[in-house]
Design a binder for this molecule. Sequence first.
Ligand code: AKB
Length: 343
Amino acid sequence: MPNQTILVTGANGEIGHGLIQYLAEQDGTKIVALDLHPLDETIQRKCHRMVIGDILDNGVLETLFSAHDFDTIFHLAALLSTRAERQPPLAHRVNVDGTLNLLEVAVTQSRLQGREIKFIYPSSIAVYGLPNLHIKQDAGKIKENAWTESRTMYGINKLYCEQLGRYYANFYRQLDVEVTKGRVDFRCLRFPGLISADTLPTGGTSDYAPEMLHHAAQDKPYACFVREDTRIPFMAMPDAITALLSLDSAAREKLSSHVYNVGAFNPSAGEIYGRIRRAFRDAAVTFSPDAKRQAIVDSWPGDVDDSAARADWGWQPAYDFERAFAEYLIPAVTRRYESPSGN
Ligand code: AKB
C-alpha cells in the first residue's frame, strides 16, 4: 500500500505497536497515530504525525480529518473485556460511541471527496457466548453467525459495531434523494486472544497466556486466573498483523462478508504452561481460577471456523502453536528481558 495516508487509533496499544512497525516499512506510507497517551518512542518516530486525543472528542476527529485525506483507518482503540466489565458505561462510550464517531467522520470525508475509505476493524471471539462447557465442547469450531449471545459488555459492543460498519458500508442515509458517491469500505476480523513478545495486553480476559509467558521469562511466579483445562483460540501477534493487512489488501469483489473469523491454534492453559516450561524450566505457574473471569472465558469458543477467511482472501496463519513459541515468542521474549532496558 504505497503512498497511502493511514489513521491508526489506539496506536499505543498492543496491535498498534506491531502494525505501525510494519506500515512504517512501506514506501511513502504516511501514518497518523491517535491515542489518549503519547506514543512509545519506538513507534513515535515511525509516524508522520502523532495526535494525543480522544475518539470521543468530535473536535479532535474533525481537525484530524480536515488536515488529512485518509485512505485507510485501522480503528484499534477499545476497552477490552475485563476492563469493560468493570466500567460498562465507559466501555460503551469508548467502544460504541467512539466507533460511531469515527465511522461518521470517515463517511463524511468519503462522500465529500467521492471516493472510498477503508475502515479496518478488529472484533473479537468475545462476540460469542456459549451457555455452558458441554455446549462449548460439542460446538467445536464456531462459524461467524452461530452463538452470538455474548455475556460481556465488550463482546456486545463489538458485535453491535460490526453491524454499524455493515450499515455504514451499505445503507448509510438510504432515504436521501440524491445518491452521493463515496462510502466506507468496512472490513472486520474477529481475533482470538493475541500473544505478543513485545507488549503485554491490559484489561483483557485472554491475558493469562501472555502474562504466563512474560512472567516466566522474567523468572517471576504467576497465578493463572483460569483452570488448566481452559481452552480458547490464540494467535501470535505477527499473524494478527498479517491478517489485518491481508484483509485490507483483498480485492473487494472477493469478499463475501464484512466480518471474518481468523484462527491459528487453540491450546489449553495447561498446554501453554507445559510449552513455556520446556523453555523456562523454573517457570512457576499456579492455577487459581477466578470464578468470574473463568465464566467469561468458558463462554468463548474452544475454536473458530475461519474457512470463509481462507476461501475469500487466502487467510493462512504462519504460526501454529509449536512454531509460535519456538520461532517467535520464546526467542523474542528472552531477548526482551535479557536487554538491560527490558526493551
Ligand atoms: C480480551 O481478552 O478482552 C481480548 C479479546 C479476546 O478480544 N483479548
